[in-house]
Design a binder for this molecule. Structure first.
Ligand SMILES: Nc1ncnc2c1ncn2[C@@H]1O[C@H](COP(=O)(O)OP(=O)(O)OP(=O)(O)O)[C@@H](O)[C@H]1O
Ligand SMILES: [Mg+2]
Length: 360
């Protein structure tokens, strides 16, 4: 069953077109990540879902019912903000159950739901603390608790982890994901961190400048990006792009800046076509392979995180990054060979930047 339907949605702020014909269908119980660069419209889309912004045209349906004319409190959604937005003068317990008290729910129900949410989030011992006496991670939990006690149809998260340090962020990611699996409420989660999106979501929507560029499962987007933007956005480090031309037999792409070098394709393309070859850092291999799959590269720098090594190199005068899970024995100035499996070569039209899927 579809829980959220965003149907030809547009949003204008005066003369500025912030959301352009957005269409997204979200299954009941799924976890959807909205990603894209700063200013692309992620928060605006979330806020229109919550009812905090009016739509300009199009429809929004929650559980099959149009909500465009409904105020926020009638939409049965709960939003968790980046800033947490806790009431500073209320303790944890009262922050969590504020909305229920506002609705004058029975005392017993308020107490029960608050207790369950506090247990779920490990806040039981902190109920009488004020927000100022909590760590960032604990405040984040209280903000989540406030959403949970409402038992909403839909959770909306706007970068809830961006104020936390790296280790806590990784921990909270899996906590939120576990919570989602337990509560089974539909969640829409905004982040500009594509790793967060890849690891948490069932469905990712990639936005740019108010437009949905592509949506699909995390691996779908990674394996079959529809255009150069999505290809460069999903995956870390980012995909490398090298200008190239399809060879006369259609089976290779020849680098524009060094026509003695080429990479083999696993399909046949239109000869002479100008394109961008997209090579993921993790697909540039240091392990020796067949000569026809090798390209020459000059090492420009080596960075190691301990577990991973990132080698910056130039191929056909173009800087690329190669990622290696071990410690390749290379250093600056070395001439090396990198191997690329034909199945891992992405190609994009040089002009439109759209992925080339059709064969000759
Ligand atoms: N109230 C407003 N009036 C006019 N323009 C606005 C308003 N709110 C947002 N915008 C503009 O709409 C665009 C989208 O903003 P939005 O906050 O949705 O971006 P975002 O994707 O959430 O970015 P970030 O990752 O930085 O949070 C931006 O260009 C922003 O300047
Ligand atoms: Mg935002």
């Amino acid at each position: 069953m579809l829980q959220i339907e965003i149907d030809h949605l547009n949003k204008h702020y005066g003369g500025f077109h912030a959301l352009k014909d957005i269409n997204i269908a979200i299954e009941q119980g799924s976890f959807v990540a909205l990603v894209g660069p700063s200013g692309c419209g992620k928060s605006t889309l979330l806020r229109t879902l919550a009812g905090l912004e009016k739509t300009s045209s199009g429809d929004l349906r929650i559980a099959g019912e149009s909500v465009v004319n409904k105020p926020p409190r009638e939409r049965d959604v709960a939003m968790v903000f980046q800033s947490y937005a806790l009431y500073p003068h209320m303790d944890v317990e009262h922050n969590m159950n504020y909305s229920m008290r506002l609705k004058r729910r029975p005392k017993q129900e308020i107490a029960d739901r608050t207790r369950v949410a506090a247990e779920t989030l490990g806040l039981g011992a902190l109920l009488d603390r004020l927000p100022k006496a909590l760590s960032g991670g604990q405040r984040q939990r209280v903000a989540m608790g406030r959403a949970i006690v409402r038992d909403p149809k839909v959770f909306l998260f706007d970068e809830p982890l961006s104020n936390l340090d790296a280790a806590l962020r990784v921990h909270m990611r899996s906590e939120i994901r576990k919570l989602h699996e337990r509560l089974k409420a539909t969640s829409v989660y905004v982040t500009h961190d594509q790793v967060e999106a890849m690891t948490m979501a069932d469905h990712i929507v990639v936005m740019r400048a108010g437009v949905v560029e592509q949506q699909g499962s995390p691996l779908d987007l990674y394996d079959r990006p529809a255009n150069k933007f999505v290809a460069g956005f999903i995956g870390s480090p980012a995909m490398n792009f090298i200008p190239a031309t399809v060879s006369p037999d259609g089976r290779k792409v020849v680098f524009e800046k060094d026509q003695t070098q080429s990479i083999a394709l696993d399909r046949t393309l239109v000869p002479g076509m100008q394109l961008l070859a997209g090579l993921r850092p993790e697909h540039l291999s240091f392990a020796a392979g067949p000569a026809d799959l090798a390209v020459k590269a000059i090492v420009e720098g080596v960075e190691s995180t301990g577990s991973m090594t990132f080698v910056t190199a130039s191929i056909a005068s173009q800087q690329v990054v190669a990622a290696h899970s071990g410690r390749p024995n290379v250093s600056k100035g070395d001439q090396i060979q990198l191997y690329i499996a034909p199945g891992n070569v992405h190609v994009f039209d040089a002009k439109t930047e759209l992925a080339i899927s059709q064969e000759r």
